[in-house]
Design a protein around this ligand. Structure first.
Ligand code: NAP
Length: 291
């Protein structure tokens, strides 16, 4: 039988991630009241109707009152404003965590507002998602068997880290810890770069004169490769600016490698092409065998 882990949970930003977390915790029976908060009353009302949250507040200062856990699930560049609005209202014992895709930026936003990294703020990032957004797209199983990366700071107490860890484990996730810089570099390569490539590819094709014909002939490979270009543009605007340093590094490396491929095709360098494709196929086959 499950026992209550969080008496009063406040989710700021009840979209895909915030909504899925609320659903998962409710389904696991480990949460008492779930208060949603955000800027759009219609969307929050929808979250109540879908049974994702019990009630909502438009004033973040009121939403966090008496909460024992606050989860910030808004786009990256909205985080600082959220911290500003909750700063003077967070109960002393309350733990704050976030789900943002770039951790240095989330921590720096908190530090700017609080004057130091708050000891009760445990940064986190679920490695799970879809190309959909909004509460209607949320589902309880999103985090099941998926990884959650926590990037605790030196200021965090063991108890705060443990509580956030337990929250995610209750959703069926595997929780790992990583250093902030390493997280941002790894995610730039594995998630942020592929999103940039998908957006750039689809945009290049869409701007061609015969784009309608091109898309009409696009087959499964195109669909697989470009699924993530349907992701929310506002969210990705924020992520690529929030993790620009690590992202630019890997984008420049990719640009150089793409140039090598262009050169090889121009020169008809079969050996280079076969070596590159074979290396990539082996790497992907190994990855898919493991997952
Ligand atoms: P989402 O479905 O669009 O939800 C975002 C939520 O934040 C919505 O409830 C939205 O409210 C609210 N919001 C947007 N701007 C706001 C603002 N300025 N002030 C207050 N609330 C605001 O997005 P999501 O996919 O859940 O992403 C949320 C966070 O999770 C982001 O930081 C993202 O980097 C991270 N993340 C996403 C994924 C993914 O695959 N989607 C995976 C891991 C982490 P409205 O109803 O008013 O729009």
């Amino acid at each position: 039988m499950s026992s209550i882990l969080i008496q009063r949970l406040c989710i700021i930003g009840v979209g895909l991630i915030g909504g899925s977390l609320a659903r998962a915790l409710r389904e696991a029976g480990v949460v008492g009241d779930v208060i949603g908060a955000g800027r759009n009353e219609q969307h929050l009302q929808q979250a109540v109707e879908l049974g994702v949250i019990d009630r909502y507040e438009l004033q973040l200062s009121q939403a966090v009152e008496q909460a024992d856990m606050v989860v910030i699930a808004v786009p990256m560049l909205a985080m600082q404003t959220v911290f500003e609005q909750i700063k003077d209202h967070i109960p002393d014992e309350c733990i704050i965590t976030d789900v943002g895709s770039a951790k240095a930026q989330a921590v720096s936003a908190a530090e700017k507002v609080f004057g130091q990294i708050p000891e009760n703020f445990v940064p986190g990032h679920p490695i799970a998602g879809t190309e959909k957004s909004g509460v209607a797209a949320s589902f309880a199983e999103l985090f099941k068997d998926r990884r959650i990366i926590l990037t605790p700071t030196e200021q965090n107490s063991k108890a705060a880290i443990s509580k956030v860890r337990q929250m995610w484990q209750a959703c069926g996730a595997e929780v790992q810890e990583m250093n902030i810089q390493h997280h941002d570099e790894v995610l730039a390569a594995t998630s942020h770069l592929p999103h940039m490539l998908a957006y750039a590819l689809v945009d290049t094709l869409a701007r061609m004169d015969d784009s309608q014909e091109i898309f009409s002939y696009a087959a499964g490979g195109f669909r697989d490769f470009t699924r993530i270009a349907s992701s929310d543009p506002n969210m990705w605007h924020d992520i690529c600016l929030a993790n620009s340093e690590a992202l630019l590094k890997v984008m420049h490396q990719f640009k150089d490698d793409l140039q090598l491929l262009i050169n090889a095709i121009e020169k008809g360098d079969s050996e280079f092409l076969k070596q590159t494709f074979t290396r990539a196929k082996q790497a992907r086959d190994t990855y898919t065998d493991k997952t």
